[in-house]
Design a protein around this ligand. Structure first.
Ligand SMILES: Nc1ncnc2[nH]cnc12
Ligand SMILES: [Zn+2]
Length: 330
């Protein structure tokens, strides 16, 4: 099954590029940029990845990305992930990035867009991979700062396929960012939000009603609200679920306890994604294999999940048709 899952053309819609930073590259970039790391070895970094909740992960995630400074660093980070994802049989990636922690360290906005943009072009050339770009706001920072980031990104709006909302969810409801997302809507930029990962089902409804999002990142706590489940099913709102992430962040104790099978039984539009593969046990293929082992899903089930992602993706209609045909032939 693993070999077949590798050949299945997979689209990844929920991927934080900073969450692809493997300890080896973290050390390399720390040396290159003369950044002191609080770890003596690569093994020590991996040993620290023992999370109790979302915040315990975010603390290490923001610390890890402190080694990223130059256009070359962002290019190297993204290119290393594109290569690994290509090996996993991923054919389309929607990478999100968090400008705020980088801007706070004095990295210029153009450095981010230039480095990531160059890697995207090369992935297309070398691997025939399509990509999309999602600029995310940190929900545990102020609305004003998010608005400022959106304005600062003006020269690159053409490159942005959507804006997103991530970071510490509890206590930072979607409503806090109503004005920022309204501004993005006015600019013609699509909107997404993490919701219902650690936060309640009400945050999912809030993201749909107030932020007018076209997809929900995670959304696994939707099952706590029957009316919301019916709405998500009726409107076929895509949910970018990240199975291994949810286990590593203790949203579920074991993958066998995950609400994924219930979500599928309810007819929800589920997609599988890796979230932060350097921190959560690997990339897309590991997530697909883990689901096969936990839930016993067959090829038809995985074809259907792969189709959901392609249908929900930001890509040209010709690319979509091409990838859907590839899934059908797999
Ligand atoms: N799983 C996650 N939830 C919220 N914010 C994040 N930023 C990176 N990964 C995240
Ligand atoms: Zn995420």
């Amino acid at each position: 099954m693993k070999d077949w899952l590798q050949t299945l053309p997979k689209a990844e819609l929920h991927l934080h590029i900073e969450g692809t930073l493997e300890p080896e590259l973290m050390f390399e970039l720390a040396a290159r940029n003369d950044v002191a790391l609080p770890y003596a070895s690569i093994e020590e970094v991996r040993a620290a990845y023992n999370f109790t909740n979302l915040q315990s992960f975010l603390d290490l995630y923001y610390q890890g990305m402190n080694v990223l400074y130059t256009e070359q660093d962002f290019y190297d980070l993204a290119m290393a992930y594109f290569e690994r994802a290509h090996q996993d049989g991923v054919v389309h990636i929607e990478l999100s990035f968090d400008p705020q922690p980088h801007l706070s360290r004095g990295v210029a906005m153009r450095t981010l867009f230039a480095g990531l943009g160059q890697a995207r072009e090369e992935a297309e050339r070398r691997f025939g991979m399509s990509t999309a770009l999602i600029m995310s706001f940190l929900r545990d920072r102020s609305t004003e700062e998010a608005m400022d980031v959106l304005e600062q990104a003006a020269p690159w709006y053409e490159q942005i396929d959507a804006v997103g909302l991530d970071s510490a969810e509890l206590g930072n409801p979607p409503e806090k960012f109503a004005a920022v997302f309204e501004r993005a809507r006015t600019l013609g930029i699509a909107r997404l939000a993490h919701a219902g990962e650690e936060g309640p089902a009400a945050y999912i409804s809030g993201a749909l009603d107030v932020l007018d999002v076209c997809r929900i990142d995670h959304g696994v706590r939707c099952v706590e609200d029957e009316a919301l489940v019916a709405r998500l099913a009726n409107e076929q709102i895509p949910l970018t679920v990240c199975p291994l992430s949810n286990v590593y962040l203790k949203v579920f104790e074991r993958l066998e306890d995950h609400t994924l099978p219930a979500m599928l039984d309810h007819g929800l539009c589920v997609t599988l994604n890796s979230d932060d593969p350097a921190y959560f046990g690997g990339g897309m293929l590991n997530n697909f294999v883990a689901c096969h082992e936990a839930f016993g899903w067959d090829e038809d089930a995985f074809r259907s999940l792969a189709r959901n992602a392609i249908e929900a993706a930001f890509m040209s209609e010709s690319r979509r048709e091409q990838l859907l045909a590839q899934v059908a032939a797999c």
